[in-house]
Design a protein around this ligand. Structure first.
Ligand code: C5P
Length: 205
């Protein structure tokens, strides 16, 4: 199978020296890429911010690559907003107090419009409360086959290479829960789930 895997944090520049980003480290993405390759799949890896920096560049890249792939795993931590203007000159401190933000596009929701019948979309979600209900909403909004959810609380952060609790939510409303799962194992399970879902869509037994 052909996998398109996007991961890591987008960066949204304000000026030549500053940017807005988040705490994502790309760990799960790297494990996903290696787990899929070990199973003999062809993988196109898109790492943020190394390969593409901003949400809009990531959207362009994924739109172009999606038609060549069977599975999209969207583990990128996309910044929800970006500065409206990127200054060519370093901004003066006072200007930083009133930086105007605009919404970034929802990349998955946009890609869902060009999704083919047999393609599998897998997303990730971080929620602080109403984790399962919020997850099912996202699954539907972004037309995903599967969403992996992590709960985020002050002392429960899923960033970096540490075991995580996770819930897998599926289109048929099933939920699978995992406790203290190492990310390497989570990645192997997820690649297996993508294979299972692809088999089901293509009518294999
Ligand atoms: O809506 P939320 O950001 O919680 O959804 C998370 C999922 O949507 C992740 O798979 C993330 O990569 C994707 N996403 C996106 N475009 C955005 C924000 C998130 O594709 N602007």
């Amino acid at each position: 199978m052909r996998f398109l895997i996007a991961f890591g944090p987008t960066q949204e520049p304000l000026d030549p020296v500053r940017f807005l980003s988040n705490r994502s480290t790309g760990t799960i993405g790297r494990y996903l890429v290696s787990a899929a390759r070990k199973k003999g799949h062809r993988v196109e890896a898109v790492e943020c911010p190394k390969d593409v920096q901003t949400a809009r560049d990531l959207e362009k890249k994924l739109k172009k690559s999606l038609p060549k792939n069977d599975v999209l795993i969207m583990a990128a931590a996309v910044c929800d907003v970006r500065p409206r203007l990127v200054s060519a000159m370093k901004l003066k401190k006072d200007k930083l107090l009133t930086v105007h933000m605009v919404r970034n596009p929802d990349i998955l929701a946009g890609l869902a419009r060009q999704k083919k019948k047999n393609q599998i979309f897998i997303g990730f979600g971080l929620e602080s409360e109403k984790v399962i209900a919020g997850g099912f909403q996202k699954l539907k909004q972004k037309n995903l086959e599967l969403i992996v959810l992590h709960q985020v609380k002050e002392k429960l952060l899923p960033f970096g290479d540490r075991p995580v609790d996770a819930a897998f939510l599926y289109k048929d409303q099933t939920v699978k829960k995992w406790k203290a799962l190492r990310k390497e194992k989570l990645a192997r399970i997820l690649i297996g789930e993508a294979e299972r879902l692809a088999g089901r869509l293509s009518g294999e037994k």
